[in-house]
Structure formats: C-alpha cells, structure tokens
Write a protein that binds this ligand. Structure first.
Ligand code: HEC
Ligand code: HEC
Ligand code: HEC
Ligand code: HEC
Length: 217
C-alpha cells in the first residue's frame, strides 16, 4: 500500500512538471525546445497574455490577451457542407486568437506589451518558424478554413451529437469546453499543455476518442 502511494505520488509529480507550457512548441522563450524557434526573453506567457494594458474590449479575444495582427484582421474562407446544421462564422475568440500566429503572416513577437527583460524581441529560426518569427509549413493554417474542422459555430442540437452539459454560463461536451456555446480551436486544443495528448489536444486521439466525445459515431 505504502509503495503504491509512493508510485502514485511520483507519477503525480511527473505529470505536474509535464503539464505546463514550458518546453512545448508554445514556449518561445530562451528555454524553448531544442530545434524549435525561440526569442531573447525568458518569459513564456507574455507571447499571449499580459497582466496589465492587455487588449481591451473586442480586441481581448481571450483573457488578458497580449497579441495583435500584423495588419488588419484577415478575412477567412469558411468550411461549408450540405449536411452541416450549424453556421460557422468568421473566427471569433479562442479561434481568432490562434491566427495571430497561425495565419502565417503575423510574427510570434507582434505583442501589445514587450517583455520587460528585453528592449525588443529578436528571433532565432527553428521548426516551422523563420528568422522573422513567422510560422510556415503545416503550422500555418492560413486563411482558407474550407478544409478544416469547422469552428466558431454554435454547437447545435442534432442527432449524432452528444448534448452539452451547461453549468451556469459555461458549457462543455464531455469536458471539452465550448466558448459562449461555440466550438472553437480551444475546444479541441489546450495551448498550455501536451499533458493529455500532443499536439496540445484536450483528449487522446487513440481510437479517435477526441472525436467521439462530441460525435456519436
Ligand atoms: C500561445 C499562446 C498562449 C500562451 C503562451 C499562454 N496562453 Fe494562456 N491562454 C491562451 C488562450 C488561447 C486561452 C483561451 C483558451 C483557453 O482557455 O484555453 C488562454 C487562457 C488562459 C487562462 C484562462 C483560462 C484558464 O484556463 O484558466 C489563464 C489563467 C491562462 N491562459 C494563463 C496562462 C499562463 C499563466 C501562461 C504562461 C505560463 C499562459 N497562459 C500562456 C493562450 C496562451
Ligand atoms: C504566440 C504565437 C502562437 C499562438 C497565439 C498560438 N500558437 Fe500554436 N504554435 C505556435 C508555434 C511557434 C508553433 C510551432 C510551429 C512549428 O515549429 O511547427 C505552434 C504549434 C502548434 C501546434 C502543433 C504542435 C505540434 O506538436 O506539432 C498546435 C496544435 C497549435 N500550435 C495549436 C494552437 C491553437 C489551437 C492556438 C489557439 C488556441 C494556438 N496554437 C495559438 C505559436 C502560436
Ligand atoms: C475538432 C477538433 C479540432 C479543432 C476544432 C481544431 N483542431 Fe487542430 N488538430 C486537431 C487534431 C486531432 C490534430 C492532430 C492531427 C493528427 O496529428 O493526426 C490537430 C492538429 C493541429 C495542428 C498541427 C498541424 C497539423 O495540421 O496537423 C495545428 C497547427 C492545429 N491543429 C491548429 C488548430 C487551429 C488554429 C484550430 C482552429 C482554427 C484548430 N486546430 C482546430 C483537432 C482539432
Ligand atoms: C467539441 C466537439 C467536437 C469535437 C471534439 C469534434 N467535433 Fe466534429 N463537429 C462538431 C460540431 C458541433 C460540428 C458541426 C455539426 C453540424 O453543424 O451539423 C462538427 C462537424 C464535423 C464534421 C462535418 C459534418 C458535416 O456535416 O459537414 C465532421 C466530418 C466532423 N465534425 C468530424 C470530426 C472528427 C473526425 C473529429 C475528431 C478529430 C471531430 N469532428 C471532433 C463538434 C465536434
């Protein structure tokens, strides 16, 4: 019993240290993963959040958002199909936020507030990120979403879809969060962690478990 407890505690502390964003592809600090792009700051959260003077009002796509697009907010080509019940809109909130890096145009260091330990952000290329800090390859979804799982649509009531659990003003499907009742990129992905499954997934893809959390198939 005692040795089981020790094993459980050890496993618990291991998963705790593996749970964070540090040492994942979303760690753009000087401590980034070997071979991945990095910058000259030791800060990790600053690439997405700031404690003060963050984006305000509608530009605050997610809590305390510290990013902006390189130019105007892009216009996206949306997924459509004859069998779809919901209506995807132009990406909102926890989807639009992703495109401030994954659009393939905006550099990872295009921040509202620069971290206090550097005068300006400089980049070292790596992975799919070039020397200007811009994503390419499979990481750059671009603005054509017609071949991607739909996002920014209200989760419909439909035969073949699990019914969401509503608690107060929030809802989730089998623990996968909906944002104002919508499916967003962050419904399937947790940008902060690979602890459940890479790449930043909120449920495992073994036996397509992620998919069957929402789809009764
Ligand atoms: C690559 C961008 C990115 C980085 C880096 C990042 N976050 Fe986030 N964060 C997000 C997004 C997107 C959301 C909204 C979606 C969600 O809740 O998962 C969010 C939501 C949150 C929330 C509110 C929801 C919740 O889960 O409680 C907190 C708190 C948070 N982040 C803290 C942090 C901290 C602390 C760090 C650094 C250790 C960090 N984040 C780094 C993108 C990021
Ligand atoms: C601060 C910029 C930034 C933001 C914001 C951001 N990402 Fe990323 N993301 C990256 C970088 C950099 C990579 C690594 C690209 C590479 O080298 O392949 C990456 C990679 C990924 C990967 C692939 C990971 C892997 O192991 O292959 C996923 C999945 C991902 N991001 C999802 C998201 C989602 C979903 C959001 C929004 C909720 C988001 N990201 C927001 C910068 C960002
Ligand atoms: C319905 C769930 C779901 C949604 C919604 C979703 N993703 Fe993914 N995403 C996945 C899965 C699953 C993978 C891994 C695919 C694989 O490895 O076979 C993935 C892979 C990725 C990758 C790695 C590169 C690639 O193409 O394999 C990136 C980057 C990414 N997603 C970003 C995003 C962004 C940005 C959004 C919102 C526009 C988003 N995802 C919405 C499930 C989703
Ligand atoms: C968070 C819940 C959720 C997850 C997880 C999820 N989906 Fe979906 N998916 C939806 C919703 C909602 C729709 C829109 C259904 C509609 O409007 O008819 C959808 C639409 C689709 C469609 C298009 C249906 C059509 O009629 O055009 C396909 C195909 C699909 N999902 C496959 C997948 C696969 C494969 C996975 C796993 C990689 C997955 N989904 C994960 C919620 C989810």
């Amino acid at each position: 019993m005692k040795s089981l407890l020790v094993v459980l505690l050890a496993a618990g502390s291991l998963s705790l240290s593996a749970a964070g964003i540090t040492g994942t592809k979303h760690d753009l600090s000087t401590n980034a993963l070997a071979g991945q792009a990095h910058t000259n700051t030791t800060q990790v959260c600053v690439f997405c959040h700031a404690p003060h003077n963050a984006a305000s009002s509608t530009a605050q796509l997610v809590p305390l958002w510290n990013r902006k697009f390189q130019g105007a907010t892009p216009s996206f080509t949306l997924y459509s199909s004859a069998t779809l019940t919901s209506t995807p809109t132009q990406p909102t909130g926890a989807s639009l936020a992703c495109f401030t890096c994954h659009d393939g145009t905006t550099s990872v260091g295009n921040l509202i507030n620069i971290p206090s330990d550097v005068a300006s952000i400089s980049y070292t290329a790596g992975g799919n990120v070039n020397a200007s800090g811009v994503l390419g390859g499979a990481a750059a979804l671009g603005t054509d979403l017609s071949n991607d799982h739909p996002v920014s649509m209200t989760y419909p009531t439909k035969t073949g879809l699990v019914v969401p659990t509503v608690a107060g003003s929030t809802s989730n499907v089998g623990g996968l969060p909906l944002f104002s009742s919508k499916v967003e990129c962050a419904s399937c992905h947790d940008v902060h962690s690979n602890a459940v499954a890479a790449p930043f997934l909120r449920a495992s893809m073994t036996n397509s478990a992620l998919c069957t959390t929402c789809h009764i198939k």
